[in-house]
Design a protein around this ligand. Structure first.
Ligand code: 8OZ
Length: 374
């Protein structure tokens, strides 16, 4: 590492006055800056021992990124059937809880905060990944996607439509995930309500054709999401609960005929519950931001909790968004993969390492803990 040059010191001082680098209260969680590390699937948990995280390499990965005001963990499945990719960590077994502990401890020792993203993929999986079972979903509608199995890429099959009793069980899996997150030392949770996974499958009519109280009307399609929110609030308190939403993304073959109506109702219901934050993917996940169908500006002014913005932000966009109040905080995904010291680089306006997609999901340290800091 080179000693900072005098002009870098000046840049840092100037940057410190920017809101992006100033503290924020997110529900019950105090963070030192408004740069958030987005949840990032990296497929480096220990699969043979039961999708357990906490290897030295996993600890080091999160420790390196603790310059973020808030880290949102990679998606952690709330049950074996909630898994959709190889070697993703869980948050349902005692071994997994123990595995997360050294990670949350390392992040806290480095002065940051970390919430667990709790996740059920629903129909976005394959029997190969879930012990031979049939994937679960609101309705038996096959997604037009490929699943990444141990045997290679395979079409995702037709899922099993959840019974009312099964829905209740899955809500309780999220509840257990939230309780386990706190036991594991996390500061809170982010409910994964985005990108075409189970909660999103209930919300949007491209995957939900139920005729009972969980389908049809907007209130009915939001019921599952809100039951999950209420169950987790009951377990850990609203000040430690957030949710990630992607009202207009086509990710994982999901769509809706009227996103403004569905997500408008949902945002107002979340307001009533006083949750800590909503993390919005503005546009198509990892793609164009200008996708019509939902007014993110409306959501920002309507929602009383913290608004975390995400999707394709660079330094200038993030500074502008937070400075103008269009967002309270900005989450970076891919740039945090390749820049462990992203906050420092943003402060200095330093050059950024480019991410290498070919090592995003490969086992081992390459492309995981070997990106250089300044
Ligand atoms: C990329 C690869 C695997 C999973 C998401 C959890 O889209 C994911 C994911 C992204 O939210």
């Amino acid at each position: 590492m080179n000693a900072p040059l005098p002009n870098q010191v000046a840049d840092t001082l100037q940057a410190d006055s920017l809101k992006l680098f100033q503290p924020l209260r997110i529900g019950d969680i105090e963070v030192t800056n408004r740069v958030v590390m987005a949840p990032l699937t990296r497929s480096r948990a220990d699969e043979p021992s039961g999708d357990v995280p906490g290897s030295e390499m996993n600890i080091e990965y999160y420790r390196q990124r603790s310059g973020a005001g808030l880290i949102i963990s990679e998606g952690t499945q709330v049950s074996p059937l909630g898994k959709g990719y190889m070697a993703t960590p869980g948050i349902y077994s005692d071994e997994q809880v123990e595995g997360w502990k050294p990670i949350t401890r390392a992040v806290h020792e480095a002065g940051s905060k970390i919430v667990a993203q709790i996740w059920h993929v629903g129909r976005v999986t394959h029997p190969d990944l879930i012990g031979g079972a049939q994937p679960l979903a609101p309705s038996a509608i096959q997604p037009h996607i490929v699943a990444y199995t141990h045997g290679g890429k395979v079409d995702a099959p037709i899922p099993h439509a959840l019974s009312l009793e099964e829905i209740h069980e899955v809500v309780n899996e999220y509840r257990r995930g939230a309780a386990n997150a706190i036991r594991a030392g996390f500061d809170g949770i982010e409910i994964h309500g985005a990108n075409g996974y189970l909660i999103d499958q209930f919300l949007r009519d491209g995957a939900n054709q139920r005729t009972d109280q969980y389908g049809g009307s907007i209130e009915n399609r939001c019921r599952f999401a809100l039951e999950v929110v209420d169950a987790t609030i009951a377990e850990i308190g609203a000040g430690r609960v957030g949710i990630r939403l992607s009202p207009v993304t086509p990710a994982n073959d999901l769509s809706d005929t009227d996103p403004q109506a569905v997500f408008g109702y949902l945002v107002q219901e979340l307001n009533k519950r006083g949750i800590a934050f909503i993390h919005f993917i503005e546009g198509a996940t990892g793609g164009p931001r200008d996708v019509p169908g939902f007014d993110f500006g409306w959501a920002r002014t309507t929602f009383k909790g913290v608004y975390i913005a995400n999707n394709g932000y660079d330094r200038a966009m993030a500074i502008e968004a937070v400075e103008t109040g269009r967002a309270d905080a900005v989450a970076f995904g891919r740039l945090f993969i390749s820049n462990p010291d992203l906050v420092q680089r943003l402060k200095l306006d330093a050059a950024l390492n480019a991410p290498h997609p070919q090592t995003f999901y490969t086992p081992g340290p390459v492309g995981y803990i070997d990106y250089p800091a300044l």
